[in-house]
Design a binder for this molecule. Sequence first.
Ligand code: NDP
Length: 257
Amino acid sequence: MSYETGYGTLSGRTAVVTGAASGIGEAVAVLLAARGARVALLARRGERLEATAEKIRADGGHALAVVADVTDDASVQAAKERIQKAYGPVDLVVNNAGVMLPHPIDDGRIDEWQRMIDTNVTGVLRIIRAFTADLVGAAAEGRTADLVNVSSIGAHITFPDYAVYGATKAAVTHLSQSLRTEFGPRDVRVTTIEPGLTETELKTHVADEELSGQLDGMFEAVGGLASEEVADVIAYAAGRPRHVNLRQIMVLPTRQA
Ligand code: NDP
């Protein structure tokens, strides 16, 4: 590893990044590949994945676009088989796919609650189930093995209308904390990343005009992070020597209290 630049190389690592079609996941995939990892990019929009994978390859990196829906067991299983066939076992999993669909609780939007729970919580679990054996196996062979779960500052602070989204992210943070008791003794690192406001497509899915306007106002007030700035933190954590775990990192715009 190189301490000269402050970054560890990720050469020899095999990564899977969910939600790599846009935003933070796309930036993570590009950066991990630039640091030397082979990267499988997962999301539902194949064209977007293919375009990013193509760019990575044009820059001399290794990337595989894998269309998959984390809310679907069979789709995740098929994705895992495809990745393993192409690259062998995975040693760096970035569980990043997520949706944020705020509504006043009175609206009773069980469809949107279900979508958030199934993507942000069960989707994370499906990916963990798919790659646990790979991570444990890599660590047992003395290699670095990482499970990185992207939660949110929303796991810790409360906003009206974001109760269910916040609850899904609190679940991810708590899950990561608990999983350290099972993975840590086997040398698999579990890292929770908790970003604050970040300029991505996430906010474009907010259907309620008033809430969407509120969110725009927050971005104007504090200035969102760029996806690449969050990706930088993830790549840094993954590049540490394997006995060093930056286990829970909040990364916020300086002006976001
Ligand atoms: P984006 O909307 O840009 O990215 C979300 C990604 O998830 C997309 O690539 C999307 O691709 C993918 N995705 C959504 N649903 C599924 C699914 N069912 N199966 C597979 N992939 C899926 O937003 P962000 O980059 O901001 O979000 C990334 C993560 O960061 C999320 O977990 C979010 O909660 C978290 N976060 C974001 C913050 C922000 O301010 N932006 C702040 C704190 C946390 P596709 O639609 O093609 O499937």
